[in-house]
Ligand binder design. Structure first.
Ligand code: GDP
Length: 412
């Protein structure tokens, strides 16, 4: 999230010098910030809060041009961090422990729209609680959606957790109550209640959940939202909160969410904390929400295909020939040592180097700093100008070429 903002700030910062920031100066920054936050799925009212918060901090502040980017970023982080801090936290484990100490099961109600990952999240929490040595029972109180009971039963079987279910169409509040009674009589630590995520109308749905709430008086009500659904999630949270006043939210599919705006918006709009985030489809993929991780999260880079370097066309004249043909091995190493020449990285470099070596030989192999004895223009076939080279050229060729290649690793 902040990586995107960072590039915005650096372009804005370029237009500002070292001076006291006036309202006009920061209007541009705030406008760009607004766009970025909207693109990150942050709800409008949250953007307004952040903007006015930031404006208060920026107006009248004297900031060095070089520091403006980090100054704005830090102010923004502080502002967002403050939103998270303001809602406190809810520790599910210690809630269960304190109920357990009083000999009662902790009743947790899950609410949320179909498809957000509510059933999976309930199963993940069941797994987490079992890992923490709590006993768990599940109530299949979504008696509306076809397949909901079977889906939950499948999870319960896999996790070896007892499930209480009735038929489709039966009263969800009765299913939930049965599960609570079962937990009480069997000294079970925790009851996880699934609820419908859609009904004929939203009013039916909310009425049904309110009824369950009245009957079983849950200790915790958790809203499950899909972090990828952006503003839909925010609207769902708002609606559920109006009817159910949940205690906290779990946002699913955070593993695929690079924007992060839903978490911020849900917290701001409901004043309730994010308890966990779903980070995958395994039972263990439920992580406590960590503000710090959120604030520091880097957007996942788009996988870019490795650009293939354009193959350099090989000059026709050079193709297939060895640029060092006819130059003695000894001359190549002497030249390389004297002039501290690294092995060429490609054929073009090799040809340039061979040209230089031929010039050097033609100039009677001067030492570095020494004046060349004669300055000869490079001929197309310099080996014919260098008797020494010419002389041995044929007999050395067969033996030296493979040696050169091996020694310098210049050619494949
Ligand atoms: P429900 O209709 O709200 O009960 O949704 P489900 O629990 O059936 O989940 C819907 C889909 O979302 C399933 O394919 C889940 O595996 C998937 N899902 C749930 N949570 C996560 C998560 O945290 N990350 C990912 N990547 N997928 C998830």
């Amino acid at each position: 999230m902040f990586d995107k903002l960072r590039s915005t700030f650096s372009s804005v910062a370029k237009s500002l010098g070292e001076k006291e920031l006036k309202e006009n100066d920061i209007d541009n920054i705030l406008f760009q910030l607004e766009i970025e936050l909207m693109e990150s799925d942050v709800a409008t009212e949250v953007i307004d809060t952040i903007k006015s918060d930031l404006k208060k901090k920026l107006i009248g502040t004297s900031v060095d041009k070089k520091e403006i980017e980090s100054f704005i970023k830090n102010s923004l982080i502080q502002s967002i961090s403050g939103l998270f801090d303001a809602v406190g936290s809810v520790d599910i484990i210690s809630n269960i422990n304190s109920k357990k100490n009083s000999g009662e099961p902790c009743v947790i109600l899950f609410v949320g729209i179909n498809g957000t990952g509510k059933t999976t999240t309930l199963a993940k929490l069941g797994y987490l609680l079992k890992e923490n040595k709590f006993s768990v029972v599940i109530a299949a109180a979504d008696t509306f959606r076809a397949g909901a009971i079977e889906q939950l039963t499948e999870h319960a079987n896999r996790l070896n957790i007892r499930i209480i279910a009735q038929n489709y169409g039966s009263d969800p509040a009765a299913v939930a109550r049965d599960a609570v009674l079962y937990a009480k009589s069997h000294k079970i630590d925790c009851v996880l209640i699934d609820t419908a995520g859609r009904m004929q109308t939203s009013k039916n749905l909310m009425d049904q959940i309110e009824k369950i709430t009245k009957v079983v008086k849950p200790d915790l009500k958790i809203f499950v939202g899909d972090s990828l659904a952006g503003n839909d999630t925010v609207n769902q949270a708002r609606e559920f909160y109006r009817h159910v006043q949940f205690d906290g939210a779990i946002l699913t599919k955070s593993d695929a969410d690079a924007r992060g705006g839903a978490a911020l918006s849900v917290v701001k709009i409901t004043s309730k904390p994010i308890l966990y985030v779903g980070v995958g489809q395994e039972y263990s993929d439920l992580k406590p929400f960590d503000k710090q991780v959120f604030l520091e999260a880097e957007p996942k880079p788009e996988p870019k295909p490795e650009p293939k370097p354009e193959p350099k066309p090989e000059p026709m004249s050079k193709k297939g020939s060895d640029p060092f043909e006819g130059i003695k091995d000894q001359d190549i190493s002497t030249y390389a040592d004297l002039y501290d020449v690294p092995p060429p990285e490609n054929d073009d470099d090799a040809f340039t180097l061979s040209k230089n070596i031929r010039n050097w030989i033609a100039n009677s192999r001067p030492m570095p700093g020494q004046q060349p004895k004669k300055q000869e223009k490079l001929e197309s076939k310099p080996e014919t100008k260098e008797p020494e080279v010419k002389e041995k050229q044929k007999e050395d060729k067969k033996e030296e070429e493979p040696k050169k290649r091996r020694r310098f690793g210049w050619f494949k």
